[in-house]
Design a protein around this ligand. Structure first.
Ligand code: GUN
Ligand code: FE
Length: 447
């Protein structure tokens, strides 16, 4: 149940992204919410008299201290929920060996609903603690476990896209959909379940989740494409040109396609509601198709640089083209469930690309990686009408950041003379989850 609440307000410093290269800093700001947690007003340079007037109407105001600020909640655009307990494992393997050796045996455990309930409760709490107010989740292939994941997101108040993984070939018998028909039928069952528990999609929405083309033949991809066609607002997510080993195997399995963009597009799975994870090795043709189809990119720089022969995605190029780009933790595919780490690793990988391109691909700035973590991610998830910034009319999904020493957080010390902008940069570059003092989704405290 989504809890009702009376209107409330938040006063202090707010920072949010207005675009890839623009943050707005609001000192002495006041945000007022309606009873559903939606922002109904955002005022700047609010005076003590104005504050008293709001209080006198019976609206409770949460006031920040010096050394604190509000930022929008972080958005994790690519997260494998069943990999929560295997994070960091098996980094010596190439992608296909890693799936077969580490991931598939582990994900198969989610056949047991009791195990799923236990791990998914810890996962959702763990990500909320890191300030992830929205996650786009891949479940395991199990319908029951994935329903449990959706239930837990709703119970704990995390906004989420939740998908049952479709995988009916190129995986071991003990961890494979029984048939394409079962895979599609269970996908429909999960969609119906999510529409039943959250009929308005106020927090949880379904997402079609073919694991990747290697695990899905033509019939299964076409079946998923038909589900997407029925309702053009259907979200879709999969992995795209992640590793050269994966690209080569895809070509062997689909000799009729010379590239992955045409492959997914021909099955109706490559459109403005598609979240493509990784996008490391696109050809020029694929970049053009991504641009034409308004694909959202889930950049996962921690996982991309932790294992096998993975690499650094051309994020500067995507941003220059005006494409939607967000960040993903990838959960199991990396060593960290922190979007702060993903932001910093996005800077590191872009630095490497700058060097290797002789300066042509410029390093990402703090402003840009913050955009990816918030408004950019909202665009990728097609939720930017609801979240990603503090614009009036959006839901209040926010993090109360505290740089005060008593938090024990890792962030650089705040000096008396530090303005909001300096505090913000210190938080992005050195903060951790202890500096995330409170987490709100739709105005409701969830940490
Ligand atoms: N490609 C197919 N499945 C996976 C997965 O679980 N993680 C990553 N990183 N890539 C994949
Ligand atoms: Fe992944």
């Amino acid at each position: 149940m989504v809890m009702k609440q009376t209107g409330k307000a938040f006063y202090g410093a707010f920072i949010h992204s207005l675009g890839a290269q623009e943050v707005e800093i609001i000192a002495n700001g006041l945000i007022i919410l309606d009873a559903s947690g939606k922002i109904i007003s955002l005022s700047k340079d609010v005076t003590p008299d104005e504050l008293s007037e709001v209080s006198s109407k019976g609206i409770h105001i949460e006031k920040l201290k010096r050394g604190e600020l509000f930022v929008p909640g972080f958005i994790d655009t690519h997260n494998h929920a069943p990999q929560w307990a295997q994070r960091g494992m098996g980094r010596e393997y190439e992608i296909l060996e890693w799936l077969n050796t580490v991931t598939f045996p582990h994900e198969s455990r989610f056949e047991d609903p009791a195990y799923a309930r236990r791990v998914y409760a810890l996962l959702v709490e763990g990500f909320l603690k890191q300030g992830v107010t929205t996650a786009s989740y891949y479940g395991s292939l199990h319908c029951e476990a994935t329903k449990i994941l959706a239930d837990i997101c709703l119970e704990k108040g995390q906004r989420a896209l939740v998908g049952k993984c479709n995988m009916a070939r190129e995986c071991p018998g003990y961890y494979s959909d029984k048939s394409n028909a079962t895979s599609l039928q269970e996908t429909e069952e999960l969609i119906n379940h999510i529409h039943t528990i959250d009929p308005e999609g106020s927090l949880v929405k379904p997402v079609l989740t073919p694991r990747f083309a290697i695990c899905c033949d033509e019939e299964l991809l076409a079946g998923l494409g038909n589900i997407a066609k029925r309702d053009p607002s259907t979200m879709i997510q999969t992995h795209f040109v992640e590793a050269r080993q994966e690209i080569a195997r895809t070509k062997e399995l689909f000799p009729q396609f010379s590239n992955e963009a045409d492959l997914y597009e021909s099955f109706g799975l490559f459109n403005d509601h598609t979240i493509m994870a990784h996008c490391i090795w696109p050809t020029d043709y694929e970049v053009d198709r991504m641009l034409q189809r308004n694909i959202g990119v889930a950049h996962c720089p921690v996982s991309n640089t932790t294992g096998g022969e993975w690499g650094a995605a051309p994020i500067r190029r995507y941003l220059d083209l005006g494409m939607k780009v967000g960040l993903g933790t990838d959960s199991g595919g990396g060593f960290s469930s922190s979007i702060l780490d993903a932001m910093r690793q996005a800077i590191i990988t872009s630095n490497a690309r700058q060097t290797h391109s002789d300066g042509k691909e410029k390093t990402l700035s703090v402003t840009e990686v913050f955009h990816l973590a918030t408004l950019g991610g909202a665009k990728v998830c097609c939720l930017d009408d609801k979240i990603g910034s503090f614009a009036v009319g959006k839901d209040f999904d926010a993090l109360r950041i505290s740089m005060l020493p008593e938090t024990g957080g890792a962030s650089s010390m705040v000096e008396d003379e530090d303005g909001v902008e300096v505090m913000f940069e210190k938080f992005v570059m050195t903060g951790d989850d202890r500096n995330i003092a409170s987490v709100y989704v739709r105005g409701r405290s969830v940490k």
